[in-house]
Design a binder for this molecule. Structure first.
Ligand SMILES: Cc1cc2nc3c(=O)[nH]c(=O)nc-3n(C[C@H](O)[C@H](O)[C@H](O)COP(=O)(O)O)c2cc1C
Length: 186
């Protein structure tokens, strides 16, 4: 049983990562295997929009996205976490989302039955980022009642540590996701 978190913040010690770590630590208490993938630490190039993508056996791009997508597709639960950048998800997260187009054109499926969304902004744009992630999550085929969202405000590096309410919400998200993953396995 595994939960994989895809993180769109380039700051390993930033606010998004703080909340993701809290969520995953709670999931791990249920003996769920966890993995965090910080997109910035890998090569995830933007989709280049081949018209004939459908006819390829594998995506023409040779970067880290192939294995990241494999882990993402095989996970029992997934977390998508991003800071708000210009009223939307970060470009790292958007590149990852777009690279799922190959999965879409090849009608490949995602195993996850539960998803967590974590969004952090300094002051505005959470709704917009949530819209982007929500539309992507629709593609994963996860039921509405198995989608969990934690969002809130923090700006400077590590500031989310002081926001106890946000931290607890992330922990709850991790717990709830783990419980659902376990229920699905029964
Ligand atoms: C390029 C860039 C664009 C940003 N755009 C927004 C924005 O539109 N709205 C907002 O509230 N905060 C914005 N921020 C602030 C970040 O969302 C905020 O600092 C957040 O805590 C960063 O998360 P992190 O620590 O996980 O990287 C922006 C920051 C950067 C670097």
């Amino acid at each position: 049983m595994k939960i994989v978190a895809i993180v769109g913040s380039p700051r390993p010690k930033g606010n998004t990562n703080i909340l993701v770590d809290k969520a995953l630590a709670e999931s791990a208490k249920f003996n769920i295997q966890t993995e965090k993938i910080i997109l910035q630490q890998y090569e995830v190039n933007p989709c280049v929009g081949h018209d004939d993508c459908t006819s390829f056996k594998s995506c023409r791009q040779r970067d880290d996205t192939k294995w990241i997508l494999e882990r993402f597709r095989e996970a029992d639960g997934v977390i998508l976490a991003t800071p708000v950048y210009y009223y939307d998800v970060s470009s790292q997260m958007k590149a990852f989302i777009d690279r799922n187009y190959f999965i879409y054109t090849h009608k490949q499926v995602y195993k996850a039955k539960v998803v967590g969304i974590i969004i952090v902004a300094a002051e505005a744009g959470i709704e917009d980022a949530l819209h982007t992630l929500g539309m992507f999550v629709n593609e994963l085929g996860i039921e509405e009642d198995k989608r969990f969202v934690v969002s809130g405000y923090a700006d400077k590096l590590g500031e989310a540590k002081q926001n106890l309410h946000l931290g607890e919400a992330a922990q709850k998200l991790g717990q709830r996701m783990a419980q659902i993953v376990m229920e699905q396995k029964k």
